[in-house]
Design a protein around this ligand. Structure first.
Ligand SMILES: Cc1ncc(COP(=O)(O)O)c(C=O)c1O
Length: 480
């Protein structure tokens, strides 16, 4: 590395604590995640998906090669072995999140979306009941409103406010005070926005519950780099995707739910695996299994699930706090460099959407790169250049329309043009072009996010990439 790198590294270490030299994470980067450097990748999309360690895959392969595992819905030896491993995976999820098995159950799903849909389709929404959501939910949470609307519940959004893209806490508490007692009310918010990195107060959970609400907390973007302790907060429902936590396997998530909350859900159907007994001689005859079994449709991923226990053990062996401290130190340096970079004429080179400091935020940074005349370069053109440098950024809207609409100042009237009529199909590109006419550019955003294998060199390479745009006129960056 150059002396420029050494100097930057020294300055970084002086300014930000938590990134200890020679740490276990440095060692893992050089061993378990060595493919990143061998293949020359700068991976900056951990909020999209984390990366697996080589040792996770090896342990999983060893397990599969040393066992005979069959479909768990049986009592033969291979089936019982599979059931035992599935039970262990379930127990490991509860233990990782410090959840009391007497209070919480774990339902395995294909991903966080599957967890959210299980709640949405079974929640007893009805007229007089309410669904309140913050603007910065992922679309997989926003979709809950379709179930609520169809069943006559009132749907209300709480806006995020510029510049930090946070929700006004007083507005939240005021909204939660507005309920008809005796009706079901659900409050849905992300522990961390996958767009802005904003972390909302988890204290809202108890306040909402005291006011008569159930709470669904989307923890998908939060849990990969933050300690989440279900003995200190008690949301009714929590959604997670395991690949976002430890990369592998990529087809499993969970709904972690309080037993009492599960008991309030009414499943719209039954399936293999979810009933104790069903008959065809009267179409009304079936008994739903209690607890998680009643929610896991069909056969669970019994070969994949042991890899969840392995992944959680991997995270625990490093320590979620060590991962958190390291990525936050890196995020601090990244934010400082992005917000202080200027063109020779003094114009800022970047605009960060969301908090520019480390207070109440995670390691996800949304931004634009700006030309010397103050115009944002086309996101697609930046992505092309990043791709050429083997830097994996995320671009687009990140399935988070609320943060995007506020960050880009898109008015309701402008947005309405994409929804001229329910029968007119509008593609994402058509909508982006329509919005370009209103706000002067496509409403896309760039996102860099850090995770378990991130190191200073990754962020340094990215900052050096940003600096290649210094004094580059807008016109010289052709759109795709
Ligand atoms: C905050 C948040 N919630 C939910 C999801 C949906 O996760 P999945 O696609 O794994 O179902 C994502 C994915 O990016 C997310 O970031």
């Amino acid at each position: 590395m150059t002396s420029g790198y050494d100097e930057a590294y020294r300055a970084f270490q002086q300014a930000f604590a938590g990134y200890s030299d020679g740490s276990r994470l440095d060692h893992l980067r050089a061993t378990d995640y060595e493919r990143l450097d061998r293949l020359g990748h700068v991976y900056l999309d951990y909020t999209g998906g984390s990366l697996h360690a080589a040792s996770q895959v090896r342990r999983h392969a060893d397990l599969l090669l040393s066992t005979v595992l069959g479909n768990p819905h049986s009592d033969n030896p291979s089936s019982l072995d599979a059931s035992r491993l599935v039970d262990r995976a379930r127990a490991s999820v509860l233990s990782f999140f410090n959840a009391d098995p007497a209070e919480y159950d774990v339902i395995f799903t294909p991903n966080a979306t599957g967890a959210l849909k299980l709640v949405g389709e079974a929640y007893p929404f009805e007229p007089g009941g309410r669904l309140v959501l913050t603007y910065d939910n992922h679309n997989s949470v926003n979709g809950l409103r379709e179930f609520a609307r169809r069943r006559g519940a009132q749907v209300t959004y709480l806006p995020v406010l510029t510049p930090d893209l946070r929700v006004d806490g007083d507005a939240v508490l005021a909204e939660l005070g507005q309920i008809t007692r005796g009706k079901p009310h659900l409050f849905a918010f992300p522990a961390q926005s996958n767009f802005s990195g904003v972390q909302h107060p988890l204290a809202w959970i108890e306040r909402a519950q005291q006011a008569g609400w159930q709470v669904i907390l989307d923890a998908a973007a939060y849990v990969p780099t933050n300690r989440f302790d279900l003995s200190t907060v008690h949301p009714d429902f929590v959604s997670v995707s395991f690949y976002k936590m430890f990369g592998y396997p990529s087809g499993l998530g969970a709904l972690i739910a309080r037993h009492d909350a599960l008991g309030t859900l009414r499943r719209p159907w039954f399936a293999g695996g979810t009933i104790t007994v069903a008959s065809v001689q009267d179409e009304r005859w079936h008994h739903l299994a209690s607890g998680h079994a009643g929610f896991e449709d069909g056969t669970v991923d019994y070969l994949g699930l042991p890899a969840v226990e392995i992944g959680l053990e991997h995270l625990s062996s490093i320590g979620i706090d060590a991962i958190h401290d390291r990525v936050m130190a890196l995020t601090g340096w990244l934010l400082t460099r992005l917000t202080s970079a200027t063109h020779s004429n003094g114009a800022p080179m970047a605009r960060v959407f969301g908090p520019t400091g480390l207070d109440r935020r995670g390691a996800t940074v949304a931004f634009h790169l700006m030309a010397p005349d103050g115009t944002a370069y086309e996101v697609g053109a930046i992505e092309d250049r990043a791709n050429a440098a083997r830097i994996s950024l995320r671009t687009g809207c990140f399935c988070n329309p609320g943060d995007g609409e506020v960050a880009h100042g898109i008015s309701k009237d402008a947005m309405a043009q994409c929804f001229a009529g329910p029968s007119v199909p509008v593609s994402f590109l058509d909508c982006a072009e329509t919005l370009r006419a209103s706000i002067g550019r496509a409403p896309n955003t760039l996102r860099a996010s850090l995770g378990i294998a991130s190191n200073f060199a990754d962020v340094h390479t990215f900052v050096a990439f940003v600096e290649t745009f210094r004094d580059l006129p807008f016109g010289s960056m052709l759109p795709r």
